[in-house]
Design a protein around this ligand. Structure first.
Ligand code: ATP
Ligand code: MG
Length: 239
């Protein structure tokens, strides 16, 4: 459904993505792993239309969306759960969720979509009138996921959902992403926790220095010594 071909993105004179080629097929869960500064956030932001690209192409369902705006991408069914969640701290949980369905096509399903989100995260229903800024980190991540779902996406771009969360909450967040995937939503998952990201994914890409350096089935990537060393740390070495 999504194809990036030779994508180049720069911040001023500094190139952050070099010839990135990546595919997410209909219904797939694809992970991108890589160290800090590899360009993972730049990649999802470029796909979402939040930052312009300087070359290469993007196609969604066969249509050329190389220069599509973020609004246009949202209208085409692409939603992003951004790094750092980016909620409106002073607004309530429900108001934050409603930001996700500002487009008329999504707003028509407001009640149904809220039910879907509250079904996935019952705690958010209890806290629906509470200011988002007063929630725990895990609950804020749930709101960020919920807000993206309110747009009724077919492709979800998820940037570091586990950042700063306790292991138990990380578990809940990934369970929710799996449930969303099981409903048929395609997912491009950016994740520092490579072991976790590779365990979930059907295919994965490894990024370093703004380039894709490896791709394949997680089982294939996990046996590469370089990847085990770099991303899986002592656990992998001792296993
Ligand atoms: N707004 C910006 N202006 C200038 N340079 C930027 C900007 N955002 C990112 N960069 C640079 O682009 C490169 C890629 O950054 P990016 O945030 O995409 O990496 P990342 O893989 O998401 O890292 P992390 O794991 O820390 O989230 C880095 O060298 C970073 O310093
Ligand atoms: Mg990032």
């Amino acid at each position: 459904m999504l194809e990036a071909h030779g994508l180049n993105v720069a911040y001023g004179d500094a190139t952050a993505l070099w010839d990135v080629t990546l595919v997410v097929r209909e219904g797939e869960l694809v992970s991108v792993v890589g160290p800090n500064g590899a360009g993972k956030t730049t990649l999802v932001n470029a796909i979402a239309g939040l930052i312009p690209n300087r070359g290469g192409g993007l196609r969604l369902d066969g249509a050329d969306v190389t220069h599509a705006s973020a609004r246009d991408m949202c209208g085409r069914g692409v939603a992003i759960i951004p790094e750092g969640r980016k909620l409106f701290a002073g607004m309530s949980v429900e108001e934050n969720l409603e930001v996700g369905c500002y487009r008329r096509a999504a707003r028509r399903f407001r009640v149904e979509s809220l039910d879907r989100v509250y079904g996935l995260f019952p705690i958010l229903r209890e806290r629906r009138l509470q200011a988002a800024g007063t929630l725990s980190g895990g609950q804020q991540q749930m709101v960020a996921i919920g807000r993206a779902l309110m747009a009724r996406p077919r492709l979800l771009l998820v940037d570091e959902p586990s950042l700063g969360l306790s292991p138990k909450i990380v578990e809940e967040v990934f369970e929710a992403l799996c449930a969303i995937h099981a409903e048929g939503v395609s997912i491009l998952l950016i994740e520092q926790n490579a072991a976790r990201a590779l365990a979930l994914a059907e295919r994965a890409y490894v990024m370093e220095g703004g380039r894709i350096v490896s791709e394949g089935a997680p089982q294939e990537l996990l046996v590469q010594p370089h990847i085990r060393e770099a991303y899986l740390g002592a656990d992998a070495r001792s296993s």
